[in-house]
Write a protein that binds this ligand. Structure first.
Ligand code: GAR
Length: 187
């Protein structure tokens, strides 16, 4: 049985999709959810699903204590599902090819610091792109620049706005993220 740790800052719809998918499987379960926001929706999901969760501030996040806590779960994967802080270098080094992130656009475009959620969709629309999509990639020391595992695309229609694009992107994410996790763990 693989242990997965999810880091998330927001609503947690991706975390929910992963939890739901794994409920029907027996190869992995979510051991812990970490959030940097005490009012994040993902914490309500954790409580409802009886998954342990912790809220971190910057100091704890960068501490040895936190790194040891993560190590204690012996995670096969650390999954960033809408997590907005950069991962400390020590953690990246401790878990090579075991930390993955989902980004709501086709990297290498529209990535980097400050590029999250609606900021990404606004930038895609402003650039008049005809398609967008999702990127699932390994995490390294630089924002949104680790090796790409999977990309999936969607059309950007004439009348598209950030909300409708976000909806399309979430749809792709909820389908591909759990399956990519399964693929990685079963290799
Ligand atoms: C997702 O669309 C994810 O791709 C994005 O945050 C959203 C979280 O939604 N991540 C980033 O923008 C990272 N740069 P959720 O809380 O409903 O899963």
């Amino acid at each position: 049985m693989h242990n997965i740790i999810i880091f998330a800052s927001g609503k947690g719809s991706n975390a929910a999709a992963i939890i739901d998918y794994l409920k029907e499987k027996s190869f992995a379960s979510i051991a812990l959810i970490v959030s940097n926001k005490k009012d994040a929706g993902v914490l309500d999901i954790a409580a409802k699903e009886n998954i342990p969760s912790i809220v971190v501030d910057k100091e704890l996040f960068h501490s040895q204590e936190f790194a040891q806590k993560i190590q204690s779960f012996n995670p096969s994967l650390i999954v960033l599902a809408g997590f907005l802080w950069k991962i400390p270098e020590g953690l990246v080094k401790a878990f090579p090819l075991k930390i993955i992130n989902i980004h709501p656009a086709l990297l290498p475009e529209f990535g980097g610091k400050g590029m999250y959620g609606h900021h990404v969709h606004d930038a895609v629309l402003k650039a008049d792109k005809k398609e967008s999509g999702i990127t699932i990639h390994f995490v390294n020391e630089i924002y949104d620049s680790g090796d790409i595992i999977v990309q999936a695309r969607c059309k950007v229609e004439e009348q598209e706005d950030a909300n409708s694009l976000a909806e399309k992107i979430h749809h792709l994410e909820h389908f591909f993220f759990p399956k990519t996790i399964e693929f990685l763990l079963k290799q």
